[in-house]
Design a protein around this ligand. Structure first.
Ligand SMILES: Cc1ncc(COP(=O)(O)O)c(C=O)c1O
Length: 454
């Protein structure tokens, strides 16, 4: 009798799974059929991809939170919906650089890469090199572009390639920590810091290093690693190290030190510098970053980490990234096949300038928000004189609004609250890198929000 009941239970479970699978397939095809906009909305609602998988990128490092539109402090607040705004959810929590998609579409087949089945099948690229999985074509493209833009010195440096600068970040922590220390190394960064740093540092509960918080508050007389992000994620400021003690080691994360975001002043000349294609050219999905490292032993240890972690870095990605970076360099040079409007950094610069103008206008109209201001500088690369136009807006809710993330959520705008970055809830970070339509709707909606609090 019992086994009969169990069987029935199992059968109904099976049925349920089959039905649920059918429903999901139906839903997926519906989503795909409805195109881009709908996919975006579904994704916004449950923070999952169309197949129900957790979407994992930089921002997936943030602790899971309920991204439904329930809000603790605010119910839905009335927003004047304009003709351009259909009232749907706008998700600017993630730093997904899809604003560059339009440019790369316009370039058509110029950056198409074809790789035959027999190519790039070995683990190895050049076993004589410290970074033995670094493709020389990618290294050449990196050096060429830095020389052209003038944003970092490459002479006398080792290039270490990584699966995104996320892997290089972990490789660098491993490389800088002695394996026989009596306690884990302190890792600090000045608040507001990139929200993934604490999570990436502590998720494996390493015995080598541990997150020690805001660099401004670090008082221990102990060795430490300070992460210096310049321009900074989330607030766009140009930064220098803040602890400045002799037991410190510095890692410069220069993901945003490119001329579409900030005037290039001098070529960066630090011991360890991290870059990524995610924010320079917008190819976050290629998962490729590079480190410029002065010290040979550190470069060796970083390489060792990547060897232990993933036995190298995708060659397919390196070849694709090399093509992309060479294209960017060619577009600046105006080779015979290129027009002035093909200049990649001009595209990025103009688009960011337009968006910051839109955003500042919206903020001025609403009078409950404020934004940081930036000093003006002349870019040694482009010759433009401008104020930084960062990849993220660091918005502050003024007055009685204590929780800016919840407040904006009640207006169906998803952002990331200040607490993730080590500061107060009156701040939020907003991605400026989404597709045109989404950004325009956001700016439009923000300008209509007034300070009604339920
Ligand atoms: C400051 C900073 N460093 C590193 C990363 C990660 O880059 P990647 O996509 O190359 O892992 C990001 C991504 O948002 C970032 O903002």
């Amino acid at each position: 009798m019992k086994s009969h009941q169990n069987m029935l239970r199992m059968m109904s479970l099976k049925h349920f799974l089959v039905i649920s699978l059918a429903l999901n397939v139906g839903l997926i095809s519906k989503i795909l059929f409805l195109g881009d906009k709908r996919v975006e909305e579904i994704y916004c609602l449950d923070n999952k991809g169309a197949l129900g998988l957790e979407v994992s990128e930089e921002e997936a490092h943030v602790e899971k939170k309920d991204s439904s539109l329930k809000s603790s402090s605010y119910s839905f607040l009335p927003t004047t919906i304009s003709a351009e705004d259909d009232g749907s959810i706008i998700n600017l929590d993630h730093g997904d650089p899809t604003m560059y998609e339009r440019y790369w579409q316009q370039m058509g087949d110029k950056t198409t890469v074809v790789i035959s089945g027999w190519q790039l099948i070995s683990y190895f690229s050049d076993i004589r090199k410290i970074c033995w999985f670094l493709e020389s074509e990618f290294a050449n493209a990196v050096i060429r572009l830095h020389k052209q833009v003038g944003n970092a010195l490459t002479e006398g440096r080792h290039i270490v390639v990584g699966t995104g600068s996320t892997q290089l970040f972990q490789a660098v922590l491993y490389a800088l920590c002695p394996d026989n220390a009596s306690e884990p190394m302190n890792v600090v960064s000045a608040a507001p810091f990139y929200s993934s740093y604490p999570l990436m540092t502590d998720y494996l509960k390493s015995g080598l290093y541990k997150w020690a918080g805001d660099a401004y508050k670090f008082r221990k007389d102990k060795p430490y690693i300070e992460l210096v992000t310049s321009p900074n994620n989330p607030d766009g400021s140009s930064r220098k190290a803040v602890v400045n003690r002799n037991q410190g080691m510095l890692v410069h994360d220069l993901a945003y030190y490119w001329p579409q975001y900030t005037p290039i002043s001098i070529p960066a000349d630090h011991d360890i510098m991290l870059f990524t294609v995610s924010k320079s050219t917008g190819h976050a999905g290629t998962r490729l970053g590079w480190a410029l490292v002065k010290d040979q032993e550190i470069a060796k240890r970083m390489t060792k980490f990547i060897e232990l972690n993933t036995i190298g870095v995708s060659k397919d990605s390196q070849i694709r990234a090399a093509k992309i970076l060479h294209h960017v360099a060619d577009s600046i040079d105006h080779g015979p096949e290129y027009q002035e409007t093909d200049n990649f950094f001009e595209f990025g610069y103009s688009l960011m300038a337009k968006r910051w103008t839109q955003l500042r206008a919206a903020v001025n109209r609403s009078n409950i928000f404020s934004l940081p201001s930036f000093p003006s500088g002349t870019c040694s690369f482009s010759g433009h004189t401008f104020e930084s136009q960062p990849a993220f807006a660091w918005l502050k809710c003024e007055g009685e609004i204590e929780d800016c993330e919840s407040f904006l959520r009640s207006h169906k705008i998803l952002t990331r609250g200040g607490k993730h970055f080590g500061v107060g809830a009156e701040y939020v970070r907003i991605s400026m890198m989404d597709r045109d339509g989404i950004f325009d709707r956001f700016a439009e909606r923000l300008s209509t929000i007034n300070s009604q609090v339920s």
